[in-house]
Design a protein around this ligand. Structure first.
Ligand SMILES: [Mg+2]
Length: 172
């Protein structure tokens, strides 16, 4: 199943939060809160399962663990819908952030000495933007592409808009 299809099906089962007189803003906050609270309760349910196994010697119920993973995924899908973000993008940027943190594999030194700006750029999709611009550059060989990831997304997009404007002016 594609993540976007999962989100579509998941939110079909969301409890309604709109009551008479509520504003759109409060609806947004209530849905986001529903998601955040749900993630915590589901994590607690999983923790309880592990606690019973590790400390009380109960059998580990793997079916229940899987259920809790799915329940957490449901609340993640809800947050994606609330924020109008694509779950695939969330997955891709999460991996991009981790690759910025651990270029090869996990290293304790990398965990302790993180480049938060580089990670933030990955989460903002700056590298996606730069990759897209490089594709444009490859095809048109005109737009000057930033060679590093130092550029902010705002700067990259401003440069791109200026480039598009120059094309329009040339054509006019
Ligand atoms: Mg549950």
């Amino acid at each position: 199943m594609k993540p976007s299809e999962y989100v579509r099906l998941a939110v079909k089962t969301e409890a309604p939060v709109i009551e008479a007189g509520e504003t759109l803003q409060s609806r947004f906050k209530l849905r986001a809160l529903h998601s955040a609270m749900g993630m915590c309760t589901e994590a607690g349910e999983m923790q309880d399962q592990l606690k019973r196994h590790i400390f009380y010697g109960k059998d580990l119920d793997l079916v229940n663990i899987q259920e809790e993973v799915g329940d957490m995924l449901w609340y993640c899908a809800l947050m994606c819908d609330v924020l109008d973000i694509d779950m695939s993008t969330v997955m891709e940027r999460n991996i991009a952030k981790l690759q910025a943190r651990y270029p090869d594999k996990f290293k304790k030194s990398d965990a302790l000495d993180r480049d938060l700006d580089a990670e933030r750029r990955e989460l903002e999709g700056v590298s996606d933007t730069i990759k897209a611009l490089k594709r444009i550059h490859k095809n048109f060989s005109m737009f000057p592409v930033p060679s590093t990831y130092e550029a902010s997304k705002v700067k990259v997009m401003a440069d791109f808009e200026a480039f598009i404007d120059s094309l329009v002016e040339t054509k006019a």
